[in-house]
Design a protein around this ligand. Structure first.
Ligand code: HPA
Ligand code: MG
Length: 219
């Protein structure tokens, strides 16, 4: 029962409108381009702190984090930081190594079919390790499935997946994510390192992009 919140995370319902922009702060130059603050930065941080506890419970003494760039960099940095804080304040310390992999699968707000691994495909450092894949967003699961298959070829001892956001998409395969921050409707969100054609990564909150924003930064 204790880990009941792990598999779905905090569920955000389809009719959640988000918070009005003027209740928080955000960069002035994005004001016309975002619709609402969907998940405020403070809530993200509180949830990531809780995910760190789950990870701490499940992993033994060592942890190899595989951060999926670029979208995962803030989530990864904050998650690892919380894990380290927990280690300093308890008698269990998880020795943590962080590695990076860069994937690209989106153009505008559409998923492209193939998995593009940019940079080194050689992950032989994962052999025999307890691995935590840290990904900002999991939707169709296609990318994650392909990545898991790739990771497995290097024979890690165990692999778990942390996803800050999991989208409720039609005919989603089984949920591949072990630690879910938030389950959200199938909407395109930006901020907290999530981008729309490389824009909006510098927003601290997770926000919903407006039609104006989509047009303005379309490629
Ligand atoms: N936002 C940003 N990047 C993404 C999303 C999203 O909603 N879904 C998949 N990649
Ligand atoms: Mg992207």
């Amino acid at each position: 029962m204790e880990n009941a919140g792990m598999k779905r995370g905090i569920v955000i319902e389809d009719d959640w409108p988000g918070f009005s922009l003027d209740l928080f702060t955000s960069p002035e130059h994005y004001h016309g381009d975002i619709h609402s603050v969907y998940i405020p930065h403070g809530v993200i941080m509180d949830r990531v702190e809780r995910l760190a506890r789950y990870v701490m419970q499940d992993f033994g003494s060592g942890l190899t984090v595989l951060c999926v760039l670029k979208g995962g960099y803030k989530f990864c940095a904050d998650l690892v930081e919380f894990i380290e804080v927990l280690g300093r304040n308890s008698n269990k310390y998880l020795e943590t190594r962080v590695e990076f992999i860069r994937l690209k699968s989106y153009l505008n707000d559409q998923s492209t079919e193939e998995l593009h691994i940019i940079g080194s495909r050689d992950l032989s450092f994962l052999r025999g390790k307890s691995v935590l894949i840290v990904e900002a967003i999991v939707d169709t699961g296609k990318t994650m499935k392909a990545l898991l298959k790739h990771v497995e070829t290097f024979q890690p001892q165990m692999v778990k997946v942390a996803g800050l956001l999991v989208k409720r998409v039609p005919n989603m395969a089984e949920n591949l994510t072990d630690y879910v921050g938030f389950e959200i409707p199938n909407r395109f969100v930006v901020g907290y390192a999530l981008d729309y054609n490389e824009y909006f990564r510098d927003l601290n909150h997770i926000c919903v992009i407006s039609e104006t924003g989509k047009l303005k930064y379309k490629v």
